[in-house]
Design a protein. Sequence first.
Length: 200
Amino acid sequence: MDALGDVRYDDRFRDIAEDNLRAATLRARSDSRWFVLRVAYGRETSVEKSLVAIGIEAMVPVRKGPEYRRRGRIIPPSLLPVMTGYVLVRCLHSHEAMLGLKAVEHVVDVLGTCERPHMIPNDEAVGFMERALAGDFDWGKPAGFFKAGMKVRFQSGPFARMKGIIISCREDGKGDAVIEVDMFGSRLPVLAPLAFLEKV
């Protein structure tokens, strides 16, 4: 028990987290900016579903992954998130809402800070989703020649206009690259489709 009687610390913490999360359910205007959540690898879709289930606007653009061949059989491509480890959300910005989003299971952080989160204009987020639906970021779509050490700029997605250096990628212009991006005072490795990138 704590000083408040029979209310335990865990229960109080859960109540505070739920109050903060309620702040994130306040809808923003349809032309408002989107926030970027960093989530655990492979949990993008489950985080999106959890957020939508409680009334928070969220999206994870998807694309066709690689085709595999096993024992003479072709395994068709499955749908994968375009940006591994990221979910886009839109709500009214407040410190409480950002803290509430951070408390959702499998959410690692809000990109930026709770006071000054990284935001994407609505037209860019919608364009990103439309390009994903059109297949522009599919794994097998050739994107030109890239190699490790090359300086690049993101053309679209959560990191549009940011610059980075390719750490590793295939040299046939297909698939993904690991890019080191200078962001918010630190270097962050990002896994992204080569189709996102342009040479600097």
